[in-house]
Design a protein around this ligand. Structure first.
Ligand code: UDP
Length: 491
């Protein structure tokens, strides 16, 4: 399996499911379609149950070697008030020496093709490093051993020009970006309303901001950027990154749109699938807020009522409002946090999943015709890839700008309105939007101008074309794989 004539790429994501998932897809595609051997690093420090379940539930290519970085004690460096982003950065920092040891040891091994062992000793020296956008400190390791370093940027590509330009904004803007009166002008891109800016820059006083800026300022050091998007989705941003003089001058590396990297459904015989099998085509709306999204108790109640009032079929990943965890938690009982008798009342029409759902399997099911989503980029790509239109309900991260893009530019989503007095989305608003989305296409629907479903199906075709052999994203990944082969003198 480890052909020494193939380059050996080390892929280093950030901790967390929403980074692991697309990085693993990248790794699988490189192995399966482009003759690359991959070492894929995963963290065991504070890892969720969902992570090991995910890694164990799918067949991986033989040329993909998963290396579990040893668990490190980060308690001396964090307190209860440490923000999530800083915490993640510390986990990475404490694991980088192990990454370095692994890469160095790959150079000590002879180039032998050993197909009996999957330990690092069977691998040839690492030729290329592909790091997540928040793991840019690993570049120092690549420099030390003299190999090229790339970023796999897994959020929407439109965050990239913002990050490249952030060093300028940081020096020009006094005070908080969120308090700016005018949209932020990013060269070559559409103006960004301050209300939609990414979480990590909403408070410039916290340590997380400094880390975010640190990584952004290191982007120009990369030899290239792989983007989890396609020409059809973000052509304007891709053009700006390639051609805008200011972005070029700031050192934007060469970009390769290789997405959407979305995993194929596994054959899971869950009872959710059986439930879905009994429902008509495009008749069920799926509701989920990603790997970390938790609603307040009040919002959970409004959503429960909104779904019931809509009288549409639904499947809802309803997390416990007080439990901030993405683990496949045991003993999580929705009856404790949903309205009284709720699950009995919705029986047959709605289905509640307590913590972690097989999302790709659900979105790819023909009975699912809508997605109420927090607009995390992976969820967005999975929805579009399966032709499912969305209700956009952004919560954190860069989800607000994703939601704006989906509604205003891509045209596959309608965005919820949050009440200005209490920040909650009311049950009437939820019921109205769910009906609007799910009844689209019905003869007696008043909203004849509402074409989200048609647009989603159109885009689905384009997405599939892009990643299939001969498509633009497929070719982009081929191009970079060939560059790696040439760089290693392997072609
Ligand atoms: N996911 C899942 N089941 C869940 C929740 C999330 O499989 O119950 C997966 C989802 O399919 C996606 C990822 O976790 O691939 C979440 O990533 P996204 O970027 O959408 O959101 P984030 O977790 O970063 O908020």
């Amino acid at each position: 399996p480890h052909n020494i004539n193939n380059p050996h790429v080390a892929i280093l994501p950030c901790p967390g499911m929403s980074h692991l998932i697309p990085h693993l897809e990248l790794a699988k595609r490189l192995c399966n379609f482009h003759d690359i051997q991959v070492t894929f690093f995963v963290y065991t420090t504070e890892a969720s149950v969902a992570q090991s379940h995910y890694l164990n539930s799918q067949p991986l290519p033989e040329s993909l070697h998963v290396y579990h970085l040893p668990s490190r004690d980060i308690s001396p460096f964090v307190t209860d008030s440490t923000d999530v982003f800083t915490r993640t950065t510390i986990i990475i920092r404490e694991s980088l020496p192990d990454v370095q040891s692994y890469i160095l040891s790959s150079f000590d091994n002879k180039k032998v093709d050993d197909d009996t062992s999957d330990s690092s000793t069977s691998l040839s020296p690492v030729n290329v490093l592909v790091a997540d956008c928040f793991v840019t400190d690993s570049f120092d390791i690549a420099d030390k051993v003299g190999i090229p370093k790339y970023i796999f940027f897994c959020p929407a590509a439109d965050l990239f020009p913002f990050m490249i330009y952030l060093t300028i904004l940081d020096s020009q803007v006094q005070g908080e970006f969120v308090h700016l009166k005018e949209p932020i002008q990013i060269p070559g891109c559409k103006p960004l309303p301050p209300a939609d800016i990414v979480e990590q820059v909403r408070n410039r006083k916290i340590e997380g901001y400094k880390w975010f800026l640190h990584h952004a300022s290191r982007f120009p050091l990369a030899d290239g950027i792989l983007l989890n998007t396609s020409q059809d989705l973000e052509s304007k941003t891709i053009k700006a990154l390639r051609e805008d003089p200011t972005l070029r001058q700031l050192g934007t590396p060469c970009v390769y749109p290789v997405g959407p990297l979305v995993r194929a459904p596994f054959a899971e015989d869950e009872h959710y699938m059986k439930w879905l099998n009994q429902k008509p085509h495009d008749s069920v709306i799926y509701i989920s807020f990603g790997s970390e999204g938790i609603l307040s108790p009040e919002q959970t109640t409004e959503l429960a009522w909104g779904l019931e009032l809509s009288q549409q079929r639904f499947i809802w990943v309803a997390r416990n409002p007080v439990e901030a965890s993405s683990s496949l938690s045991v003993g999580n009982n929705p009856d404790e946090y949903l309205p009284h008798e709720y699950q009995n009342r919705i029986n047959g029409v709605g289905l509640v999943i307590p913590s972690w759902a097989p999302q790709v399997e659900i979105l790819s099911h023909s009975s699912v015709g809508g997605f109420l989503s927090h607009c995390g980029w992976n969820s967005t790509l999975e929805s579009i890839f399966h032709g499912v239109p969305m209700i956009a309900w952004p919560l954190y991260g860069e989800q607000r700008s994703n939601a704006a893009m989906l509604e205003e530019e891509i045209g596959v989503a309608v965005r919820v309105k949050v009440k200005s007095d209490n920040g909650v989305v009311g049950r009437e608003e939820i019921a109205k939007l769910v009906r609007l989305l799910m009844e689209e296409g019905n003869e007696d629907n008043d909203h004849k101008d509402f074409h989200l479903r048609t647009r989603a199906k159109q885009l689905q075709k384009l997405m599939i074309q892009a990643v299939n052999e001969g498509g633009s994203s497929y070719n982009s990944l081929s191009e970079i794989a060939n560059e790696w082969k040439t760089g290693c003198n392997l072609v």
